[in-house]
Design a protein around this ligand. Structure first.
Ligand SMILES: *Cc1c(COP(=O)(O)O)cnc(C)c1O
Length: 386
């Protein structure tokens, strides 16, 4: 990272990571093959899932999980408004309706108390998003899902590694979808993974991921298979490459080390902002292990003479990159137009949005980098204090 600027995120790519990718390039096998198999096996072991299927994005993972769950045209899927575009978009891929719900004010996860009142005879699935890496109230969500016969598809794009009451995210819901996008806790550039405990579901997702063909390319072109294949159902081109998986295998080995680094940064932020009343720091419930993918603070705007947007500009002038997670789905033109949502439809998320600011948190940050962020945030708060 350049000395004079601190980006919002930089992936941690080691020489070993680079070497592993180079070796795969030299091996002659670039697309789905032995590296993908190994990455899937390693990943399933890490999150203690029975099955893992590697794909080219988390968006693809969510899409295929919805199909495997049997969600079709006219169905409804409950999702939080406080999420990224992908969570809602995939529901529309299968011509179902995304039904948004509001957040808990402290964790910004979907409020489990609001789920039941959104369930109708057409509801087929719930997609909880583990906001920032903090698991949702999974006991409650799984109980509601069992009662109404719904499928739970977790959007765990932020939640590697994370635990709910000691259980790893990846081994809880019917399907769990992870992202290896460049800014996530481990990366393959672009990439995703679905985990599930049922072998029928795993086979279904695997078939869907490669043109609805019954065997993957690896088996087809090795001694295990032949030129022959059958298209079993409508499929997609969502498979991961061995080039990406080679990076994934390496990154996964350092997943816990990366997590320790982020937890160290959380402690520094916590100490650095302890006496600042104008900030709400992210919380972590006792029975959870938080992945700390994001460090999203909320500005108490009523105590400050600065808006969040100007705050971001000021930090940018201090060469610190920040972001906002998220612009709630219901505030976007597409959702307002299609589903007639208004700002007040989800007041908790709408209010949080105006106050949210994600500070950088990633292993390549030095302690001095973190101290610099703390110093600059404090300087602005003190300057704009009412
Ligand atoms: C990043 C992200 C996704 C999408 O992940 P991709 O791998 O880029 O498809 C989905 N949901 C959430 C909450 C995300 O942050």
């Amino acid at each position: 990272m350049s000395k004079d600027s601190l980006p919002f995120h930089t992936p941690d790519i080691s020489e070993d990571d680079i070497q592993a990718v180079v070796e795969t390039l030299k091996s002659g096998w670039l697309t789905t093959g032995p590296k993908v198999k190994q990455f899937e096996a390693d990943f399933a072991a890490v999150v203690e899932a029975d099955h893992a299927i590697a794909l080219n994005s988390c968006t693809a993972a969510l899409h295929l999980a919805l199909i495997a769950a049997g969600v079709t045209a006219g169905d409804e899927v409950i999702i939080p408004t406080m999420t990224f575009a992908a969570t809602g978009e995939v529901v529309t891929y299968v011509n179902a309706k995304p039904v948004l719900i509001d957040s808990q004010p402290d964790t910004l996860n979907m409020d489990p108390d609001l789920i039941e009142r959104s369930i109708t005879s057409r509801t087929k699935a719930i997609i909880p998003v583990h906001y920032g890496g903090q698991p949702c109230e999974m006991d409650r969500i799984m109980e509601i899902a069992r009662h109404y016969n719904l499928t739970v598809i977790e959007d765990a794009a932020h939640a590697l590694p994370a635990r709910y009451r000691g259980k790893l995210v990846g081994a809880i819901g019917n399907f769990t979808c992870f992202s290896f996008y460049a800014t996530k806790t481990i990366t393959t550039g672009e990439g995703g993974m679905v985990t599930t405990q049922r072998s029928e579901d795993a086979d279904h997702v695997r078939t869907l991921s490669l043109h609805g063909i019954s065997k993957d390319a690896w088996k087809r072109y090795t001694s295990e298979g032949s030129w022959y294949y059958e298209i079993q159902r409508q499929g997609f081109k969502y498979n991961m490459t061995d080039v990406a998986a080679a990076l994934g295998i390496q990154q996964l080995k350092r997943c816990d080390q990366f997590w320790e680094s982020r937890k160290r940064i959380v402690e520094l932020y916590r100490a650095g902002f302890a006496d600042i009343d104008e900030l709400t720091l992210p919380v972590c419930r006792d029975h959870l292990d938080h992945a700390w993918h994001l460090y999203a603070v909320q500005l108490h705007l009523e105590q400050l003479s600065i808006t969040r947007n100007i705050f971001i500009e000021e930090l940018k002038s201090a060469r610190i990159g920040t972001s906002v997670h998220f612009i709630p789905l219901h505030l976007h033109p597409y959702y307002r137009n299609m589903y007639k949502y208004q700002r007040e439809s989800f007041p908790i998320a709408a209010l949080a949005y105006e106050r949210l600011l994600s500070l950088p948190i990633y292993p390549k940050m030095s302690s001095e980098d973190v101290e610099y962020v703390i110093e600059q945030v404090r300087r602005l708060i003190i300057r704009y204090r009412r």
